[in-house]
Design a protein around this ligand. Structure first.
Ligand code: CA
Length: 221
């Protein structure tokens, strides 16, 4: 199997590459997240360290998940439960804390593969349309009645998260965790401000529905 190992630690990477080679895998190594995102298409399995020099591993994972269903095991020294949960919610199939035995890693990889492929978010749809609003998740452009709307990066991230599964309610915590990377911001008003921005700039207040005490969802036609 072609394994993409995303790990900036040379010694650990070398040890893993030879261990996985002994199990018959071909390993391509990326020391940085941007290299990993460039190499992702050739991989049948991804092992992802969270502490990378150029980008937080969880951000890299979210970016990967927007376009890929490749199985991912997060391999990290971070042991806090919060990080584990964030990793799994960001799209990891499993989680392994360093140090670990190769046999354990290989067993987990096998278990992930037996579970089968996850569905791609938005079922692979790059463009989501609601009424006259068109959200292109790939180019990050949004038009209303043909006219382009300029959202801030975060506003678009919030909208894109909802648009990936139209009609599905996402809790405030989930959105804060995925877009801001911090579920503890749940007390902040930031999210409300961004939702208000999306509604005002699109001129389509119904586009994002508020469900009291639950969260938000993208309206469906
Ligand atoms: Ca690292």
């Amino acid at each position: 199997m072609r394994v993409l190992l995303v790990e900036d630690d040379d010694r650990l990477a070398a040890a893993l590459i030879s261990a996985l080679a002994r199990h018959g895998h071909q390993v391509v190594r990326a020391g940085r997240a941007d290299d990993a995102l460039r190499l992702k298409d050739s991989a049948e399995f991804v092992l992802l360290d969270l502490g990378l020099p150029d980008m937080d591993g969880l951000d890299a994972l979210r970016r990967l998940r927007r376009v890929s269903t490749v199985p991912v095991i997060v391999v990290t020294a971070r042991t806090e439960e919060r990080d584990v949960l964030r990793g799994l919610r960001s799209g990891a199939d499993d989680y392994l804390v360093k140090p670990f035995r190769t046999a354990e890693l290989v067993a987990r990889m096998g278990a992930v593969l037996r579970r089968g492929t996850r569905p791609l978010a938005a079922a692979g749809r790059a463009v989501v349309e609601v009424g006259d609003t068109r959200i292109d998740l790939e180019t990050r452009q949004i038009t209303v009645n043909g006219a382009q709307v300029a959202l801030t990066r975060r506003e678009f991230d919030v909208l894109a998260l909802l648009a990936r599964e139209p009609g599905v309610v996402r809790s405030r915590e989930e959105i804060l965790d995925e877009v801001w990377g911090d579920v503890l911001m749940s007390a902040s008003r930031s999210l409300d401000v961004h939702i208000a921005g999306i509604r005002a700039k699109t001129g389509r207040p119904q586009l994002v529905e508020t469900l009291r005490a639950t969260g938000y969802r993208l309206a469906v036609d």
